[in-house]
Design a protein around this ligand. Structure first.
Ligand SMILES: C[S@@+](CC[C@H](N)C(=O)[O-])C[C@H]1O[C@@H](n2cnc3c(N)ncnc32)[C@H](O)[C@@H]1O
Length: 362
């Protein structure tokens, strides 16, 4: 009998981030590795769109996954365990060396994610990606390596760091984004009053499971939108049939008011409280994170709302530290009430200098 093939080892972790956020992604990745007692060193190039943590000693993938959960990383739009790299890819035939390297991994995959950094250089490769993706997918299929009917298999990442250099990686669907490079292709809805509607649309898809979306975003449920003008976030809620109280001194767009599901109050979002509990409170007020985080915690802890999606604006340099400070403020309020809670935080594709959070009782 042939011995079972040994799964390939992980040599590092690569996270993709918004260009300019590499220091934050690196700090966070290093802190996670320290906490997981995983030794290695970070390579981060500013504006490269990614950070790479190289393990001191290659490790079995399952063990690394158990110790370090990539899905919890805020600044990682997409992440994977690195299992190989190719330098000096010939421009005329990138398929053959890639297929040899992928075959040598001795793995099968549930999906192929062909990716580049989200930089201007990366974008220049998008035409090539569109042509090359189907070719690579076909070659993987012919070799029996791609099994889209087996979602438990790892996904294969082929990350073209530049036109000559490919990094190969593996991730489980539960660890990373469903979208290549963590970039959802969302269409701007015609009636939505502002582009920031896409932030809440992405947050709903990226921070909630499909079951959570179905159960909590239903017609007739009540919601509050703090800092709602002109109504991009409110639009996401009313378009799903929720009844929304919008709090803002600024005006709400006629397209949102026309739904008949809107109540608009020109009052202070820090002082106003609903008469009865609501399912959702969302908040996009431009304020210091250290003021927003306790307010959000108070709404959830006191039962004013069951769940909340909110932004923390991060114009400061030490963004990672600020997020940790906000986590601590929320934790302090929840502990005081002896409340178990879920807090998910992500730097979404549509976020600029801000991150988006989901908070609810467990
Ligand atoms: C980024 S905008 C919100 C955009 C909105 N989410 C959308 O999608 O159209 C921030 C809003 O917060 C409001 N705001 C700031 N501080 C506030 C406060 N203390 N109470 C109520 N609204 C406030 C501002 O008037 C502004 O309209």
């Amino acid at each position: 009998m042939q011995p079972a093939p040994t799964p390939c080892l992980s040599t590092g972790i690569l996270v993709q981030c918004r260009p300019g956020f590499e220091p934050d992604a690196s700090l966070e990745l290093q802190a996670a590795a320290r906490a997981a007692r995983v030794e290695g060193s970070i390579t981060e190039v500013i504006n490269s769109g990614f950070a790479l943590f190289q393990l001191s000693v290659p490790a079995p993938r399952d063990e690394l996954r158990r110790r370090l959960d990539l899905s919890r990383l805020v600044f990682s739009r997409q992440g994977f365990q690195m299992v190989g790299s190719l330098e000096d890819l010939p421009e005329k035939d990138r398929l053959s060396p890639l297929m040899s390297a992928i075959t040598a991994l001795g793995e099968r995959f549930s999906a192929l994610l062909l990716e580049t950094p989200d930089t201007n250089d990366g974008k220049q490769q998008s035409g090539f990606l569109r042509r090359f993706g189907p070719l690579l997918e076909e070659a993987l299929g012919k070799a029996g390596l791609l099994r889209s009917d087996s979602p438990h298999l790892p996904r294969l990442h082929v990350f073209l760091a530049d036109s000559r250099r490919a990094l190969l990686g593996l991730s489980l669907a539960s660890e990373g984004s469903a979208w290549p490079m963590g970039i959802p292709r969302l269409r701007m809805p015609k009636e939505a009053p502002s582009r920031s509607t896409l932030k809440l649309a992405e947050a709903i898809m990226g921070l909630l499971t499909a079951d959570e979306q179905k159960a909590t975003l239903r017609p007739g449920l009540l919601a509050v939108d703090l800092g709602a003008s002109p109504g991009g976030w409110t639009w996401q809620l009313v378009s799903r049939g929720l009844r929304v109280t919008a709090i803002d001194n600024g005006p709400m767009a006629p397209s949102v008011a026309a739904t008949g599901l809107l109540e608009h109050l020109r009052v202070d979002g820090f002082a106003w409280k609903p008469r009865k509990p609501v399912e959702w409170m969302v908040c996009d007020m431009v304020e210091q994170p250290s003021r927003i985080a306790p307010l959000m915690a108070e709404w959830v802890a006191s039962g004013r709302c069951r769940r909340s999606i909110f932004n923390l604006k991060l114009p400061m340099k030490r963004r990672y530290d600020e997020i940790e400070r906000c986590r601590a403020l929320i934790d302090q309020r929840m502990r005081a009430g002896n409340i178990k809670y879920i807090l998910r935080i992500k730097h979404l594709y549509h976020d600029r200098e801000e991150v988006t959070c989901y908070l609810t009782r467990r």
